[in-house]
Design a protein. Structure first.
Ligand code: BTN
Length: 284
């Protein structure tokens, strides 16, 4: 691809309409030219009382946050950096499922809007060509006993590298990060992906509310990009476990089989795909 094309922003009238009208397909939008983090903003008192379905969309983030305290690179105009406010009728134990449901939703939205076929890496990485093109950070508030709101506020923060030139990923990230532009060789209208994203996340969370978790599990497993592959897992206690991904169980936990045949259920921590592809024990 001609690198000069990267300089040209894709024409996206839908983005300008969303920005100027403060709404997208009937959803209220808070558009911010720049913010520290859309999740931080969504959880701040400024948005107390905002309607479920409100989208916080930023052109750039100065302190975009990822899992495990990582930074989320948010160059202006290139990507989608958004938080969707929800108040789902879900128990506290069911809330971790929102992240997996949102992962499925992001894949479906990217499939619909671009024709690309992203995969998932537990719990929340959106992969293209084995590299990370997006991620999800779900945060909650208002869950304290006696909280004023009857339902917790759930903020689904989504970052997607849409038109981010590969050259913008700094050294250590370059080997692991990609964008829709880099994967497809052409830019995409962010507004189309955003519209599909909001609808699909709401649909997936509604499925959870209606007890259709098995359907979300099926959709997640159909897009599992690491099953049968070698993974390295750094546990929250800083121990490294290497083994084969066995996929997710019915609770949504990832299982890894190590070289001694022990099965580990992954609740949290950092996971990396080990290059070289399939694990020695994997079956087709
Ligand atoms: C991850 O993969 O670790 C999660 C990344 C989530 C990034 C998004 S960008 C919009 C929202 N605001 C943030 O600060 N983080 C999320």
């Amino acid at each position: 691809m001609n690198p000069e094309a990267w300089e040209l922003p894709a024409s996206d009238p839908g983005w300008e309409r969303m920005r100027d009208a403060g709404q997208l397909a009937g959803r209220p939008v808070v558009y911010l030219p720049a913010v520290d983090s859309t999740n931080t903003y969504a959880l701040s008192p400024v948005l107390r009382g905002a309607a479920a379905g409100t989208l916080i969309v930023a052109e750039t983030q100065t302190a975009g946050r990822g899992r495990l305290g990582r930074q989320w690179l948010s160059p202006p105009g290139c990507g989608l950096y958004l938080s969707l406010l929800l108040r789902p009728a879900l128990s506290g134990e069911a809330l971790p499922r929102v992240t997996l449901a949102a992962g499925v939703a992001v894949c479906l939205a990217v499939e619909q809007a671009t024709g690309l076929q992203p995969k998932l890496k537990w719990p929340n990485d959106i992969l293209l060509d084995g590299k990370k093109a997006g991620g999800i950070l779900t945060e909650t508030a208002g869950m304290a006993p006696g909280a004023a709101e009857p339902r917790p506020l759930v903020v689904v923060g989504i970052g997607v590298n849409v038109n981010t030139p590969a050259a913008l990923f700094p050294g250590p990230l370059a080997a692991h990060a990609t964008s829709l532009l880099a994967a497809a060789g052409r830019p995409f209208a962010r507004s189309l992906i955003l519209t599909a994203l909001a609808a699909e996340v709401e649909r997936a969370v509604a499925a959870l509310e209606q007890g259709r978790w098995p359907e979300i599990l099926r959709q997640w497993r159909a897009r599992d990009g690491t099953r049968g592959r070698a993974l390295s897992w750094v546990t929250p206690g800083r121990k490294t476990v290497r083994g084969e991904s066995l996929g997710i169980d019915d609770q949504g936990l990832l299982h890894i089989r190590d070289a001694e045949g022990r099965i580990h259920a992954v609740l949290s921590g950092d996971l990396q795909l080990v290059s070289g592809g399939a694990h020695a024990h994997s079956r087709a």
